[in-house]
Design a protein around this ligand. Structure first.
Ligand SMILES: NC(=O)c1ccc[n+]([C@@H]2O[C@H](COP(=O)([O-])OP(=O)(O)OC[C@H]3O[C@@H](n4cnc5c(N)ncnc54)[C@H](OP(=O)(O)O)[C@@H]3O)[C@@H](O)[C@H]2O)c1
Length: 485
């Protein structure tokens, strides 16, 4: 291997150095800018399409798949059309390709397998986490394992939902394209093997769950942009919800949170239509969340259709399972996954999963990692450990009870830390709490039936809490929930 790789961020001794240099020299992976390779950056679906397209010799492409998230002038436009036409990478439905969504290890296996013509493969020795490999990827995983293209991570796990970095994809591609040739694969000592082909919990990359506080959005792990401040509608009647939603959209909110169990989806739908009819917003500009209630879990597909009907929408931006319910939530989640492929739902997620083990139970049975987890979160219950756990999946946290919840708001509003910070900024305690959520990386959906409160709660983009103030609020954590469910 050359002593100097030519990439400023690829040391010659790195486990992926040979692969990175090989992929560059064979015209498959150029650097990300200047002379950098960005080895630990996540590989997105669009990047992988581009890489494979180049590996295929950049064949002529006929037709245009017309994905709304694939701009005509994007460097990956032809590659995506090629990958989609050849059924190597299909879109998500609703004209979405998921360009910026990260590629998971099982997706990488399935994509490479399809690229290779979907060859048959011997069943290998089971991985310890074999049962969590999605069915669509089963044969592909057998094949990449048998061919020595992707091997297990420490303890013989495949980590199907681990996300692939650029370095890992370079190594996978290098191994795949040099099988049976004279090129020697990188030395396979246990350490480099684990790192090259797997994502351990330590080196999983923190992905684009960074909030853009200027735009007020976050990019979810499926590449879809979501507003980080919204209107909550719990306990509101349908009439109240209609007004609150309408006022919120008029004031600049673009995120709405409801649930079938609130009994106000119809009112929420009316509020949305009022705002659209008055030209305040378009459907495409807003982001509507609803939740599937536990008693509907056995009939998830029908529950999704019923929410669509009540809201009067032809797609829902985010649907989440309202509560953990071992025994029936996996089936309900799979119904939501199916609805994503049918274009009825754009994103899916979870609510009220309070332990890492419970969250992983569901995620390990899922093909699409949850975009979001909505849990009770406020300064008395900051969800810090859960947020850390979610990072490996690129799942973002959304706070319910952001102000402490109905009946509990005064506890937080009157807290001396909150009120003194509010006084220092000339803001209200509610505004300080909401600003804290956003700066802490929590999406917030304050509930309100008051026109004045709704307006007040949106006026939080014109000030910022200092690091010291963030730390003072962090010190308020009591790991104490205000709600009993
Ligand atoms: N997934 C779940 O299980 C779950 C559970 C609970 C809630 N949620 C969602 O999360 C949302 C937020 O939770 P939440 O509504 O229960 O609690 P919250 O947002 O913490 O608090 C709502 C309370 O705060 C008051 N309020 C709002 N803005 C205020 C302001 N600027 N000044 C003073 N008071 C203000 C509201 O009264 P006014 O009406 O007078 O403004 C209401 O009493 C819900 O609406 C719902 O969408 C989800």
């Amino acid at each position: 291997m050359a002593a100097d790789t030519g990439f400023s961020d690829v040391p010659a001794e790195a486990w992926y150095a040979e692969a990175a240099v090989w992929c560059r020299d064979h015209g498959m992976m150029s650097g990300t800018s200047g002379n950098t390779f960005s080895p630990s950056a996540v590989m997105t679906r669009a990047m992988l399409a581009a890489v494979l397209y180049r590996a295929a010799g950049s064949p002529a492409v006929t037709g245009n798949a017309d994905f709304s998230d694939v701009p005509a002038d994007a460097y990956y436009n032809r590659a995506v059309n090629w990958a989609s036409a050849n059924r190597i990478i299909s879109g998500y439905g609703s004209r979405l390709f998921g360009s910026n969504a990260p590629v998971t290890r099982e997706q990488a296996a399935a994509i490479l397998w399809r690229y290779d013509g979907s060859p048959a493969a011997e069943r290998g020795t089971d991985f310890a986490d074999e049962s969590s490999i999605a069915s669509y990827a089963g044969q592909a995983v057998d094949w990449v394992r048998a061919e020595g293209i992707i091997s297990g991570v420490d303890g013989n796990r495949f980590v199907p939902r681990g996300q692939a970095t650029r370095a890992q994809v370079a190594v996978i591609l290098h191994r795949y394209l040099t099988r049976g040739t004279a090129v020697t694969p990188p030395a396979d000592n246990a350490q480099s093997e684990d790192t090259a082909s797997g994502i351990s919990s330590q080196d999983s990359v923190s992905r684009s769950t960074d909030f853009d506080l200027e735009k007020g959005t976050v990019t979810l792990n499926n590449g879809i942009e979501m507003p980080i401040l919204g209107i909550g509608t719990y306990t509101l009647s349908s009439e109240q919800a209609e007004n609150s939603v309408y006022w919120a959209l008029r004031d600049g909110y673009r995120l709405i949170d409801t649930a079938r169990i609130y009994g106000n989806e119809e009112g929420v739908g009316r509020g949305i239509r009022r705002a659209i009819d008055e030209g305040l917003v378009t459907r495409g500009e807003i982001f509507v969340t609803t939740k599937m209630w536990t008693s509907d879990y056995e009939n998830g597909a029908a529950a999704i259709d019923a929410s669509l009907r009540r809201l009067g929408l032809d797609y829902i931006d985010l649907m989440i399972l309202h509560h953990s319910q071992p025994g029936s939530d996996v089936g309900a989640y799979q119904a939501m996954e199916q609805a994503v492929s049918e274009g009825k739902l754009r994103s899916i997620g979870l609510s009220n999963y309070y332990t890492a083990a419970d969250f992983d139970r569901l995620v390990n049975a899922a093909a699409i990692p949850p975009a979001l987890l909505q849990n009770e979160t406020h300064p008395h219950y900051q969800s810090t450990a859960m947020k850390e756990h979610l990072k490996q999946y690129g799942t973002v946290l959304e706070s319910w009870y952001p102000l402490g919840g109905r009946g509990h708001t005064q506890e937080l509003f009157n807290d001396s830390t909150i009120s003194s910070i509010a006084a220092a900024h000339g803001k209200t305690p509610a505004q300080v709490l909401l600003r804290w959520h956003l700066q802490a990386g929590n999406i917030a959906i304050p509930g309100s039936s008051s026109e004045a409160h709704i307006q007040e709660n949106f006026e939080i983009f014109d000030f910022a809490l200092t690091d010291a103030e963030m730390q003072r609020i962090a010190a308020m954590d009591q790991n104490r929930r205000h709600s009993s469910y």
